[in-house]
Design a binder for this molecule. Structure first.
Ligand code: ADP
Ligand code: MG
Length: 476
């Protein structure tokens, strides 16, 4: 008599095989099982909701053609989706979906929850024929380009990010790898690129995800036997931003899955943006094939901002909050927190909170207390730059003169005092202190320290200066 469902599906597959790539055939058609044929309706079983969506979106014309060829012009196709994660439930949960019936198709998008660990398919009434899967991009609007202050420390990274944002996937910067130490703006810049792309190309699917979250999702996917869904989900992203990829170090399986996703996206002209706390050459525990791919595009570093940029960042943050601080307070923050923008910002926020809660005026004194409480270990010590500034203010000398080669008596004295306090209050080496004070060598610094000690023992006025200055410099 007529063919059974398996024979029908086998004939369909033959045609399909000639019309799709081998990879697509393996990925999307081999996992399908024919279930039955009944009154001109062929039912096929697919492993997930996502799978079904993908078929409907990408292969509906082909499927329609082959089914009609086998079953006649009235022939129809039904999907049966089996939830594979419910191992405690002995009967597989199956839903039937009418397909190939264009009139019944609605164009409502379905949200694809990011948490692939939980089964997404709670609602059996899946909307067929969806055109687009909506993905929440996870972008923080506060981290836009407008709020990212440009400086020498970030010029290349910012400019390349900007280029990528204007032409995602269409520049040589793919992947774009932004690297730099903690709190220097990697996450901010990565979001800025995503936000700008979303604004300019609303139809592009942009996704920001921390590498830790990615790794956890993957582990959940393995546990729930939904790794296919996981991979397919990531493979349909247009702009994938993965923050802190150094977290993948030593995680072989995660690197492996990421490698495949990376390749798929890259081959299809999709943009990949990565951040890391180190350049690729220094990433340990990372597979070579992945590292070499990181180097395909552009690696741009973020370094610690200079004083000017730090001041500009603080001003921007204050402006954003509609607040003004006394100049000496802003300077103090910018001078004393010089390695981490996040800590500087944290100190500013704590200061503002303290001031408004306790209705205290924001004074230099309060700022010193805050910085002391807020900023961790290393930054607790005052910086050489700050010492120089306080000393110069005290003696009413411009900072440049202190850093110059001038041998004028007052300048020499101020310079020696700066060196003395730098030695006393920071962990800097004599050579480093010398370098900050007009390029002097370590012997000069040592000599300066001795001179200051001797003078303070013999000269009362001089000792008073030192005590005054020490009070100004001490962070209490
Ligand atoms: P990272 O990811 O490198 O550790 P973040 O991107 O989280 O650092 O930045 C820490 C904080 O510093 C954020 O609040 C960010 O807005 C701010 N920041 C860093 N660099 C800049 C900059 N150039 N302009 C404005 N804010 C910045
Ligand atoms: Mg970060």
């Amino acid at each position: 008599m007529s063919k059974n469902h398996e024979e029908i599906w086998a004939s369909c597959l033959k045609v399909i095989k000639d019309n799709v790539t081998l990879q697509a055939f393996k990925t999307w058609f081999e996992p399908i099982t024919p279930v039955k044929v009944d009154e001109g309706v062929l039912t096929i079983q697919v492993p997930s909701h996502f799978f079904y969506e993908w078929l409907e979106e990408n292969y509906i014309t082909l499927l329609k053609k082959v089914v009609k060829k086998e079953l006649g012009t009235e022939g129809r196709l039904e999907y049966s989706i089996v939830m594979e994660n419910n191992s405690t439930n002995s009967t597989p949960y199956t839903v039937k979906l009418p397909a190939l019936n264009k009139k019944a198709l609605k164009n409502e998008p379905v949200t694809m929850p990011l948490n692939v660990g939980e089964k997404q398919i709670h609602n059996p009434f899946i909307i067929p024929g969806l055109k687009k899967v909506n993905v929440d991009s996870n972008l923080n609007p506060a981290y836009a380009f407008e709020n990212f202050v440009e400086g020498d420390c970030n010029r290349l990274a910012r400019a390349s990010g900007y280029a990528v944002a204007n032409k995602p996937g269409g520049t040589a910067f793919n992947p774009l790898l932004i690297y730099g130490g903690v709190g220097l703006g990697k996450t901010h810049l990565a979001h800025a690129i995503g936000i700008s792309i979303k604004n300019q190309f609303p139809n592009k699917t942009v996704l920001y995800v921390g590498s830790e979250k990615f790794a956890h999702q993957f582990i959940d996917a393995i546990r729930n036997q939904t790794t296919n869904d996981f991979i397919h989900f990531y493979q349909m992203i247009d702009v994938l931003i993965i923050d802190d990829v150094q977290f993948f170090s030593g995680k072989e399986k995660t690197q492996d899955v990421f490698f495949h996703i990376f390749n798929h996206l890259h081959q299809n002209g999709k943009q990949i943006i990565l951040t890391s706390d180190k350049p690729p050459v220094e990433m340990q525990g990372m597979e070579q094939r992945l590292l070499s791919r990181f180097k395909w595009g552009l690696s741009a570093d973020l370094s610690a901002p200079d004083l000017e940029t730090r001041m500009a960042i603080l001003e921007k943050k204050m402006y954003g909050n509609g607040i003004e601080l006394p100049k000496d307070v802003v300077e103090y923050l910018a001078y004393s927190i010089n390695t981490n923008v996040r800590e500087m910002e944290g100190a500013l926020n704590t200061l503002l909170a303290q001031a408004s809660l306790n209705k205290k005026a924001i004074t230099l004194e309060l700022a010193k207390q805050m910085v002391d409480k807020f900023v961790k270990n290393t930054a607790r010590e005052v910086s050489i730059e700050y010492i120089q500034k306080v000393v110069c203010d005290y003696f009413d000398l411009p900072l440049e003169i202190l850093k110059s080669k001038t041998r004028k008596r007052e300048v020499v004295q101020a310079r020696q005092i700066s060196m003395f306090f730098s030695k006393k209050m920071t962990k800097s080496s004599l050579a480093n202190i010398g370098a900050h004070c007009g390029g002097k060598d370590h012997a000069t610094v040592l000599h300066a320290c001795r001179t200051v000690m001797n003078l303070s023992e013999t000269d009362k006025q001089f000792r008073a200066y030192l005590e005054d200055l020490e009070k100004k410099l001490t962070i209490q």
